[in-house]
Design a binder for this molecule. Structure first.
Ligand code: OXD
Ligand code: MN
Length: 586
């Protein structure tokens, strides 16, 4: 045993007794152990080793056909009462769920090996960091956990011999039976139980399950925030760097923003990536909020990642990366996906394992195919990525995909107003018919599927956090997706989003004034640098326009959503809705 910690040993005994594996292997995190695990997986046909020259250290993996994404309808928060999980989570009483899961786990690893993966979310020795221990029967999980977290003996050292402060993470692929698939969280027991899936978001338990759902609950009880946010450092031509954390619902380009390449005209600026998906944020003794990225890699969507859309993400995948459900090219043992650089291979194998040709009628890569790439491969990884103290936040940015309602950018009047903006975040479903504005899905703080307790209480926790910091970051909202009356995007997006980030930073430095409107503070049109862009004054006015009647309509949707929280809705949020309404009616 690599540890004498009695709490760890008790957990491992309980898991071994129930799962009944033939072998038990402690993962120490050494290169030799991981290489031999990968070699075994290749020998068994579970992984394919890719071209050693073009993609050194890289492997290819296919999931089961019925197991290609997170399963929100099978994801549960099992707090003692339903009320504690709140109206936005699936809930079952802990006793009932434990009984159901224990029946499924009973003997599930018979004939298999159980791997014990101790891991740290965050860097060793940081006061932000948390330890988890995942038991799993999947070598793919072990190898991915090695990329996404810091695994092995270092985690047991961080935990020490006496602490019970770790998350117990149970995983078995079992029979991959979709009808008995469960991704379950017991926040009060610091326990996660996942079964019948082998897909990353459901089984790499450090990520969504620990670093968001369990951590949001720990953050509430311990006084910090676990958020679905990227963190970037924006360096100006003088070399000063300001840090921004930003939350966006899926399909809004979080990884692209985190790794942004400045347009030519602003090439003296530089964006450093601290994280692309998760931020843990704590009040610092200096009155500011400090943030770390607890992950150690990127679990990114492969399709449409290319030299054009995100060269930094692409470069990150050039070595020591695991590709899942992309297209496999057996001619030279490489991979490809829709929207990748270069021509599709003439004779390939698609994500289902079937022969595929460029004229095949189905995509070669699954739309949710992924790369798991080490953060240290990223050319723009921040020098502060491993700073145990994190980075101080100057701004927090919320965003969504809104065709009409939200302007390109606006600033909250103050912290509480900013919390209201985060709580009323929304995104529109894409591919709306011409002229229509899409279906609005409310996704507060981009945390709807990831909040491990009642979201009304989560809003209250955000409000409380603001009271604890003398110099909180300013809060903003952006919308890269505003459209004109012909349905054409008004803003170019991608690298040009830097122009908006620059305005945000200039506001945090008190360098420019802003205009008060009913919804918040708007830029003066001249303060957003559009040199070199084909944007007319009229289009800029449209980008910054606030249409009161559209907002009053939107407010109805916000009120309806907030009414779900009943007595858990903070009075402050109700007050913010009333104040917005009266400003809009003025
Ligand atoms: C997500 C992800 O689903 O990061 O948000 O994979
Ligand atoms: Mn995410």
């Amino acid at each position: 045993m690599p540890t004498n910690n009695p709490y760890v040993l008790k957990f491992i005994k309980e898991a071994t007794d129930l799962l009944n594996p033939d072998n038990v292997v402690w993962i120490d995190g050494s290169k030799a152990q991981l290489k031999s695990l990968a070699d075994d997986a290749v020998a068994d046909g579970e992984l394919i080793e890719l071209n050693a020259e073009k993609l050194p250290g890289c492997y290819y993996y296919r999931t089961a056909l019925n197991d290609v994404a997170r399963v929100e309808d099978r994801t549960f928060i099992c707090t003692p009462t339903k009320d504690e999980a709140g109206p936005t989570n699936n809930w079952l009483a802990p006793d009932e769920m434990y009984a159901r899961l224990k029946a499924l786990y009973n003997g599930a690893m018979k004939g298999r090996t159980m791997y014990i993966v101790p891991f740290i979310m965050g860097v060793k020795g940081s006061s932000f960091s948390k330890v988890g221990i995942e038991v799993t029967d999947s070598r793919y999980v072990v190898l991915n956990m090695n990329i996404m977290t810091r695994i092995g003996d270092q985690a047991l050292e961080q935990l020490g011999e006496e602490s019970d402060d770790f998350t117990k993470c149970w995983h078995s692929v079992a029979e991959l039976n979709a009808d008995e698939r469960y991704i379950t969280h017991f926040p009060q027991d610091n326990t996660i139980m996942s079964i019948n899936s082998g897909y990353g978001g459901n089984v790499l338990l450090g990520k969504k399950c620990l670093a968001l759902r369990i951590a949001s609950y720990l953050g509430k009880t311990e006084g910090w925030l676990a958020e679905h946010m990227l963190i970037l450092g924006l360096q100006n031509p003088k070399g000063d760097i300001k840090y921004i954390a930003a939350a966006f619902p899926s399909a809004c380009g979080k990884t692209n923003l985190a790794m942004l390449i400045p347009p030519k005209i602003l090439q003296d600026y530089k964006v450093w990536t601290v994280g692309d998906d998760i931020a843990w944020i704590r009040p610092g003794s200096d009155g500011r909020l400090w943030a770390v990225n607890p992950e150690n890699g990127f679990f990114g969507v492969a399709p449409f990642t290319s030299t054009k859309t995100n060269p930094n993400a692409l470069e990150s995948t050039k070595r020591d990366t695991i590709f899942t459900n992309v297209l496999f090219n057996p001619e030279d043992n490489t991979v490809w996906w829709e929207g990748a650089d270069g021509e599709p291979p003439a004779n390939a194998i698609d994500w289902r394992g079937n022969e595929w040709h460029p004229d095949s009628s189905t995509p070669g890569a699954h739309p949710n195919s992924r790369f798991t790439a080490p953060a240290k491969n990223c050319p723009c990884i921040s020098p502060e990525f491993e700073n145990p103290a994190g980075v101080p936040l100057s701004a927090i940015v919320f965003g969504g995909r809104r065709a009409k309602t939200a302007p390109l950018v606006y600033e909250a009047f103050d912290w509480n107003h900013g919390v209201f903006i985060g709580s009323s975040m929304a995104s529109e479903t894409t591919a709306a018919a011409a002229g229509a504005v899409g279906v609005v899905r409310r996704d507060p703080f981009a945390m709807l599927p990831f909040c491990g307790y009642n979201m009304g209480e989560y809003f209250a926790h955000w409000l409380e956090t603001g009271k604890k910091v003398a110099n909180p970051p300013k809060i903003f909202h952006v919308n890269w997706f505003k459209k004109d009356d012909n349905g054409k995007f008004l803003w170019p997006g991608f690298g040009d989003n830097l122009r908006v980030l620059n305005w945000i930073v200039s506001r945090t430095n008190n360098e420019v004034e802003a205009d008060a409107s009913a919804i918040g503070l708007l830029p003066k049109a001249d303060d957003i640098n559009i040199d070199g862009l084909d944007i007319t004054d009229g289009q800029m006015a449209e980008l910054l326009k606030v249409d009161s009647s559209l907002w009053l309509e939107d407010l109805k949707g916000i009120r309806e959503f907030m009414s779900r929280f009943g007595e858990h809705l903070p009075l402050e949020i109700a007050k913010q809705m009333d104040e917005l309404e009266s400003r809009l009616n003025k």
